[in-house]
Write a protein that binds this ligand. Structure first.
Ligand code: NAP
Length: 271
């Protein structure tokens, strides 16, 4: 499996998203994904499945080789809350350490310097290995980099061919951080897209694979979710073949306004 490197930390190019995976199905898909070669599992307190994700990771017998990411909810970003919440996540996951801890969404009511200070403390105390952010804009990234005493290894945000994220990708990279694309197959909407299907036929691949390849070929790590064990291999097979320059350009042309899936507007609900 290829990796993206940031500040010496290696993030596998293809991971498994787990939003909306629940119960025994979640445990099973996580375990099977790791057995199939996945080395990055993405969860969050908000997904209410850390217990099942941890079970799946342990059941795989390969915990030491897997990057487990979890995220702190925006309403728990004050230092004391954050510390408690990280300990709760670890207790649910029942793992030795959180490999990558992210701020799930920014919270304008809590100073970023305080949150990042608490995250640095959790890292220095050995609860987490690396820290990063999610859903940060260019302006927030700038602020985060200025105030963080520890390196931030990634910005995880919505990224797929239908959405123009060029500025955010450039800013994330300029900061030496990895870009991790969430909703990388546009919540399944890659399937059935005329351009992606047509290009897929040329390569003997599915539209979802073309979509994921478009991202990974740009050095963007992806975390597609599937509840179907039979799709795990398909979504992973996006690293050892190439789209042509003309195909990359044509796929980039799918960008259109109003194509965001995850609504950023909900995040500042505390305003
Ligand atoms: N940081 C954040 O704020 C944030 C926000 C959103 C998501 N995320 C993370 O990113 C992960 C991925 O994003 P997502 O879950 O929103 O969407 P996604 O991965 O783009 O799409 C998942 C959907 O695509 C379907 N699918 C999977 N593989 C497929 C294939 N090969 N062909 C056709 N359809 C396929 C799945 O259905 P089946 O189950 O039937 O396969 C599911 O309905 C999440 O699970 C979560 O871990 C983070």
């Amino acid at each position: 499996m290829q990796d993206v490197e940031a500040h010496g930390f290696r993030i596998p190019m293809v991971g498994l998203g787990t939003w909306a995976l629940r119960g025994r199905d979640c445990t099973r898909v996580v375990e099977q994904a790791i057995r199939a070669g996945y080395r990055h599992i993405d969860t969050a307190q908000m997904y209410d499945n850390e217990t099942q994700v941890g079970e799946g990771v342990r059941a795989s017998g390969m915990r030491a080789n897997v990057v487990v990411t979890t995220k702190v909810q925006p309403e728990r970003l004050a230092p004391h809350d954050l510390e408690r919440s990280v300990k709760e996540s670890l207790a649910r996951l029942r793992l030795d350490v959180i490999d990558l801890l992210l701020i799930h969404w920014p919270n304008p009511r809590i100073p970023l310097s305080e949150t990042l200070g608490a995250m640095a403390n959790m890292k220095l105390a050995g609860y987490v290995k690396q820290i990063g952010v999610s859903n940060f804009t260019v302006a927030l990234l700038d602020e985060a980099i200025k105030v963080s005493t520890q390196p931030l290894v990634c910005n995880q945000f919505e990224c797929h061919p239908f959405l123009d994220q060029d500025k955010l990708i450039a800013a994330t990279r300029k900061a030496g951080m990895a870009v991790i694309a969430y909703s990388p197959i546009a919540r399944g909407n890659a399937k059935g897209n005329e351009v992606l299907e047509r290009i897929g036929k040329v390569h003997g691949k599915s539209a979802a694979q073309v979509c994921l390849r478009w991202l990974t070929q740009q050095g963007i790590a992806v975390i597609p979710r599937t509840s179907k064990v039979e799709r795990l291999q398909e979504n992973r097979d996006v690293l050892d073949w190439d789209l042509s320059d003309a195909e990359m350009k044509e796929i980039a042309g799918l960008m259109r306004t109003g194509s965001r899936i995850v609504d950023w507007a909900w995040s500042p609900k505390w305003d």
